[in-house]
Design a protein around this ligand. Structure first.
Ligand code: FAD
Length: 461
């Protein structure tokens, strides 16, 4: 029976059993379903309207601040956060034990497509980087005391955090890190430098990756700590900006840890397990970035289509030009491919609840994201002409964002290596000079299997 025929019978049997029209019942039996359920769609519609009318305008009036004590920030953001909490959408991807509704990553992905359009929307909905990833680490590895002191207020949006891993001498290869934590009585004493610790200037605490066991194997040398930012010896050398940000606007801290002392109880996970702890954070963080960038990509795509339908040249609207259509078609295809990969990865995270099982998927979307983003933003700029490169549209800084995406959380090259290695695990090489899939070998194999039968059929003809 062909696959199509078996699907049809399956479909027919279900409708007979339930007595419902086939089209409706079959949906319950379908293994792959690309629709959002009606109840959640209502929440997405509410979010769409709320973000558009109340949150996106804040991007125009609030500075880059994430300073939770800033009076402007409090006045503008707190009431919105309360509305989200009342609606039940606050940090909704987290489980109830962490104050969320346990919606998981797939629903978060759909929500983040909307939130990604606005700088402040993730903060308003309690799912902003780097706090989401840091919350995951604390939830998994923190002691009860650490959870009470840092996780709860973090989830409530009362304070913010930073992740301090990269070092100035190189970020792509963590085995090169040297920032150390040495045991001293009941404490560990941290010395060394960290680079590009995002949002450290606003953070109440940092999660810091340090070398505790320099003589151990490369991946067992490091341990992770919670370090309050007001610890003596945590010195921000400077806050580095991205692109054309003015020096005072920089949010990526170059930090010197100089005899910064933390209690042993601040260690997250076991000694030497920092790589495993980091994976908990980075896996989630990477897909959350991808979800949010989907929102940005869609925003640029919408602009591109609107412009193509509005601007006339040589007697016709841009949308009539085939080279413009080519750009729109390529952009839509790439955007949809990326979106489906992100959603499937989110679905797999929910299914397995184990980031290691979805490493390949996460690395793949991390590698794909900068390319799709870059290509679609570039076409959007081109179709907008001078307006596209002007400072009256956000496109030129978004283009730089494509490069940021290809570097932050590990460069594209490293993620492609991960994808390739994971993919190759499912394959075996061969010692044969001519592999089994060459046509002569396949023919020999087929004759060995079916030769007798073929001869009989020819005789009976
Ligand atoms: C906006 C932004 C925010 C960030 N936020 C944080 C943060 O909050 N906390 C934190 O700890 N870090 C953060 N980082 C740092 C980020 O993780 C590092 O920049 C990244 O890991 C790369 O390290 P690097 O910059 O030292 O580049 P390098 O390690 O010097 O690599 C430079 C280039 O070399 C090439 N390369 C590297 N390895 C390979 C390889 N194996 N094969 C082929 N080519 C390779 C790639 O082209 C790569 O871009 C942030 C970075 C950015 C841009």
């Amino acid at each position: 029976m062909t696959r199509l025929a078996s699907q049809y019978i399956d479909h027919y049997v279900v409708s007979c059993i339930t007595g419902c029209p086939a089209g409706q019942t079959a949906r319950r039996k379908i293994m792959w379903d690309f629709e959002t359920d009606k109840e959640y769609q209502k929440e997405l519609d509410w979010t769409e309207e709320f973000v558009k009318s109340k949150v996106e305008p804040l991007d125009m009036v609030l500075g880059p601040t994430k300073e939770y004590d800033d009076p402007d920030f409090k006045r503008q953001i707190r009431p919105l956060q309360q509305e989200v909490k009342d609606r039940g959408l606050w940090a909704c991807h987290l489980g109830p034990e962490l104050g969320g509704l346990g919606y998981g990553q797939l629903k978060l992905a759909l929500l983040n497509e909307i939130l990604g359009r606005s700088r402040f929307a993730p903060v308003v909905f309690g799912c902003q980087a780097p706090d989401t990833g840091n919350a995951e680490i604390l939830a998994h590895y923190g002691t009860e005391e650490l959870k009470e002191e840092y996780l709860q207020p973090l989830l409530e949006g009362e304070l913010s955090s930073s992740y301090s891993m990269t070092e100035p001498q190189g970020g792509s290869d963590p085995t090169q890190f040297v920032c150390s934590a040495v045991e001293d009585g009941d404490d560990f004493v941290i010395n060394g430098e960290k680079w590009f610790s995002s949002s450290a200037r606003y953070a109440s605490f940092l999660i810091v990756m340090t070398v505790t066991d320099p003589d151990a194997a490369p991946h067992d040398r490091m341990s992770m700590f919670v370090v309050p930012t007001d610890t003596p010896g945590v010195n921000i050398i400077r806050n580095v900006g991205v692109g054309t940000e003015a020096p005072h606007e920089g949010t990526h801290a170059y930090i010197q840890y100089e005899n910064a002392r933390v209690p042993k109880a601040n260690m997250l996970g076991a000694r030497g397990e920092a790589f495993a702890v980091a994976q908990t954070r980075l896996g989630g963080g990477r897909i959350h970035h991808a979800m949010r960038s989907m929102g940005q990509i869609k925003m640029a795509f919408d602009m591109m289509c609107r412009r193509a339908l509005s601007r006339h040249t040589k007697g016709e609207v841009l949308a009539e030009k085939q080279m413009v259509q080519d750009k729109i078609a390529d952009s839509w295809i790439e955007m949809e491919q990326f979106r489906l990969l992100v959603l499937r990865t989110a679905w797999r995270i929910d299914k397995y609840n184990d980031y290691l099982k979805v490493r390949k998927d996460i690395a793949a979307i991390k590698a794909l994201m900068p390319k799709v983003y870059h290509d679609i933003i570039s076409r959007c700029i081109q179709i907008h002409g001078s307006l596209g490169v002007s400072n009256e549209l956000p496109l030129s800084s978004m283009l730089l964002g494509a490069f940021v995406m290809g570097i932050a959380d590990g460069p594209t090259e490293v993620h492609k290596i991960t994808v390739a290695r994971q993919v190759l695990r499912d394959y075996e090489g061969t010692d044969d000079l001519f592999p089994d899939y060459t046509l002569p070998n396949r023919k020999t194999d087929a004759i060995a299997r079916f030769g007798d039968q073929i001869e009989r059929e020819i005789e009976n003809w």
